[in-house]
Each structure stands twice: as C-alpha cells, then as structure tokens.
Design a protein around this ligand. Sequence first.
Ligand SMILES: *Cc1c(COP(=O)(O)O)cnc(C)c1O
Length: 441
Amino acid sequence: MTPNDTPPDMLDACSHPLMRSLQRRQPLLWINPAWAPAAEMLPRLPVAAAHIADVRTLLTRWAPALAVLFPELAASDGRIESPLLRLDDPAAVLGATPAGAAWLKCDHALPVAGSVKARGGIAEVLMHAEDVARAHGVLAPDDPLWPLRDEARALFARHTIAVGSTGNLGLGIGTIAAALGFRAVVHMSAEAKAWKKARLRERGAAVIEHAGDYATAVAAGRAAAHADPATYFVDDEDSLRLFLGYAAAAQPLARQLAEAGITVDAAHPLFVYLPCGVGSAPGGVGFGLKHVFGDHVHLFFAQPCATPSMLLRLAFPDRPRSVYEFGLDNRTQADGLAVPRASERVFGLMQHLVSGVFTVEDAALFYHLRRLDAATGLRIEPSAAAGFPGPRWLLESPAGREYLARHALTGRLAQATHLLWTTGGLLVPDDEFDGWLGRAG
Ligand SMILES: *Cc1c(COP(=O)(O)O)cnc(C)c1O
C-alpha cells in the first residue's frame, strides 16, 4: 500500500484507505514511500558514525567497572553483548520457510537489563555518570575502576537519575543507576508488569506507578526532574544518547555476521525486523546498521495493531499523531511496544531510512513466542516476537513483493539473510512465561 499519492497537507487521514485498515486493526505491511539511499540521507543527519564510535569507546572504558558491578558480565569482561543464532528450522518458528536464511539477534538475552534497553539505557547512564564526575573533579581517566571508589559513589548518591517507562527501559536504567550508587526513580505506566516493578525495588530503585499510559509516565518523570537540578531525566521520547547507545549494536553484529560466514552486499541482502515502540531502539539499531551496510540492509519495523505509532508518523508526515486520534486504544500484551506516540526525534532521523512497517495482532505474538520456545527452548517476551511475521510479509504480500522488485532483490532472495531482532525476555519469571504459553493460539 502506498498512501503517499496525496500531498500531506491535503491529506484527510481519517478517510484514507490505509487509515481505515489500521482502524480495523487489520495486520498489514506498509512500505515507506519516503525511503531514500543511505549515501544521500546519512550525511544530512546531525549525528554521524563518529558519534557511534564514541559510544563503543565509552563501553570499552567502562567494561572493567561493569565486570565488577555485575558478576554476570565476568565471562564477557564487562561487555554487554548478545549471541547471533541461526534458526535451523525456520518453518517451525515462522510458520513457513523463507527464501534465504533466518537468524536471531538475541537481545532478549542481554545481561543486566534482559532487553534491548541494556544498549541505550546503560550507555546514557554511563555518559551522565562521567559528566557528573567530570564536573566534580572525580573522574580519573587512568583508573578504570574510578566509578567504584568511595568518592565517586558518594557523589553519585547525591544525584538522581529518573526515567518514564512501560517497564523495560525502567528496568535497564534503574538497575544500572542503582548499581552505580545513584538514586534511581522510575515512573511506570499502567502496562508495566508487577514483576518488573518488584525487581526494580529489590535493586534499590524507587518505582512510581502511574494509572496512565507511557506518555503520561514520561511527562510526569520529566516534570519531576525539571523541578530538581540534581535529577537527570532520561527522555525516551527525545534522547540522542539513547539512540546512539542502540546504534552501537551495529559493529558487534557486523563482526558476528562475518564470523558466521554471512556476506552482506548487493547480491546478499540483509533484511532486519525490529519491534518498535517509541522508536529509539529500532531507530538507533537501524541507524547503526545503515552506517555499516548502507542500502544492503533493509529495515522493517514491527508494531502492534493497537498501537502503530511510528507507522502513523511515517505514513502521515504532516504532523505528529497519536494512535488515540484514530480510535485505537494502545492496549496490547506487547507492553514494551505500548507507546501511543512516536519519538519526534527518531522520526526525524529515520524518516528516509526505514523500508517499511508491519503491524501484528497480539495472537500472532503468542503464536511465535510458543513456536520459538518449542523449537529452540528460547524464551522471549511478547514484544520481542513482533518481528517474526516480517519475512512472510516481505516475501508473500503484494506490497512486499513490489518492494523486492523495485529494489531488484527478487532474484537474490536465495542468498538473503533475514534477521529477527528478539528484544526482551531474559528476566521474565517462569510462571509469567507459562501463562503466555497457555494463551498461545
Ligand atoms: C522498548 C522495547 C522495544 C522497542 O523500543 P522503542 O525504543 O520503544 O521503540 C522492543 N522490544 C522490547 C522488548 C522493548 O522493551
């Protein structure tokens, strides 16, 4: 479907055919008519490859301290990384065998935070910790363990890090902030699962529960932080630091792909399927991948039918829109994706780099989650399964086939790699997961 035949200012979004399908919660693949070549778009953006490299250096700098703070990082020398795994029997998981190979980027197994948020959230907290330490003369570049010294911890204890979240970002930020000795305050929206709040409180973070949605929780956190100069607010709707933290995933992935003998070039396309909420994680990861692979990587975002916030933003680019405007209710079991309004910053950065967005019913999340568990024993949360219908949308739908034809990919599919980004699940309690298995259709 290409909704862009009409100039945006003349668009009556509510009566648009795409809009009607979205309102009926019909799962669909939307192809982005504003897509443009990476070589043309990347140089126009305010962030560049050097910014991503800075984050990699930051993470290297912190690895010794993180290895001490988190015993689970001892084996990786303080690096927070996740495996790349081949799906040996894609049909068992996806419901059909796609042309090409299917792989999982297992961010559901990221240590410390248990989700993709470990990338962005932790990077932003570390950057802030360095800022605070530098301002107070505590940063000791020659001592990799400076953050663990009494002076640094006493300083951090006088500062607060706050965040608004549907659960996982709070879990990531709260965990790392509390471990460094900061006061951590997490504003949770109604979707946030009880076990995530309990786990955070165990780690020493303050959890403030809001009856409203994600945007409400973020707004409350932002307001509270602005009232207090010693509070730093991680703004998921507008943070370049988070975005760049996610982007740092690209280099290690490129290395893993090379080690696995996977070529990515014009004859070997890479299709990446990323669950999308506010857009930071898939946007940042996608941005990093575009820097490494250019137009050989094709980015597809996945969103629940109840909350296609980034799809709306991209498809009707004249102004920001919330899913409520169109009668959608933002209610989904994919709690990590329950975001009514996309990040304006990420929209601005990724508008021309995203190939398409597809929507997913909750039933499909449970279907894929159960099949993945049965076929591989891997346990992911519902949000993390959102990308799984992606290969079939691309290969089997008219919109997908048209995309492939337009990019001259139809004859190259046998050498293609489909990469499903599993974004969360490591810390999910067994009884919670068993409940999801029971729901699966
Ligand atoms: C947060 C989250 C996402 C999406 O990230 P956004 O930055 O909100 O787009 C996807 N999957 C899981 C499990 C998440 O927690």
